[in-house]
Ligand binder design. Sequence first.
Ligand code: PMP
Length: 294
Amino acid sequence: MSDELIIYLDGEYVKESEAKVSVFDHGLLYGDGVFEGIRFYNGRIFKCKEHIDRIFAAAKAIMLEIPMSKEEMKEVLIETCRRNNLKDGYIRLVVTRGRGDLGLSPTKCPKPTVFCIASTITLYPKEMYEKGMPIITAAQRRNKATIVDPQVKSLNYLNNILAKIEANRAGASEALMLNHDGIVAECTGDNIFIVKDGVIYTPPIHVGILDGITRRTIMDLAKEMGIEIYEKEFTLYNVYNADECFLTGTAAEAIAVTQVDGRTIGSGVAGPITKKLLKAFQEYARNNGEPIYE
Ligand code: PMP
């Protein structure tokens, strides 16, 4: 197959059909590992350092020693894009506990597995950014930070997948997840923002969310634009009665939500602050980042 991707796997660049991981890998057996999803735009890796810092922090939290330096990891990201001759797309970077025995113990896994895939990306349809999307609240609550902290972008996404199944069954693309106390946390693969009277609010990290890199970028852009923005706890009542609501994530960038659990949000289409932030984000993302081809 000539259109096979070239994959980085444990120090080598191999064809997709040859990129194989053991059935004894604890990433597969136990979801023991961490990952990142990273965009590259116009030949530049978006927030490369931030993604590498986040995977190292997640690995530290689960006592997984990544067998390379941050600088070497950056080279892997760049080289994987180069080998596939890609300028725009999505990178999946994964570090697992590695091959072990059938027991849980990570001490039986001498060497972590590292792989990196650079590919194209399927985006939400363009008109969804104008019309906004309907979402539902999942009955499934977000993992508690005292159990498996959602700040760890781990290979165990069952919590999110269970909520995603609820979304799918309701005909929605995303599901909003509450924390154990009923406070709005995040969606299955996106962070949430609401706008009320010109002020933006997003849940703080301590409610139990992933510290999204798009979330941080949107917060910085809003501040630069002079829009008031706060990390603050809120409930579904505040979402239903918001003037605008939008989600942020590496794949979605910033996408309007115009219906939540059957309640129309604001005017029912993407609001002015959401549109302004998306525009600013896209401009920023396409003009900043780690160059791949220089
Ligand atoms: N929350 C969850 C649970 C996620 O998996 C993601 C990433 N897909 C996000 C939020 C958004 O994070 P980022 O902006 O870093 O992609």
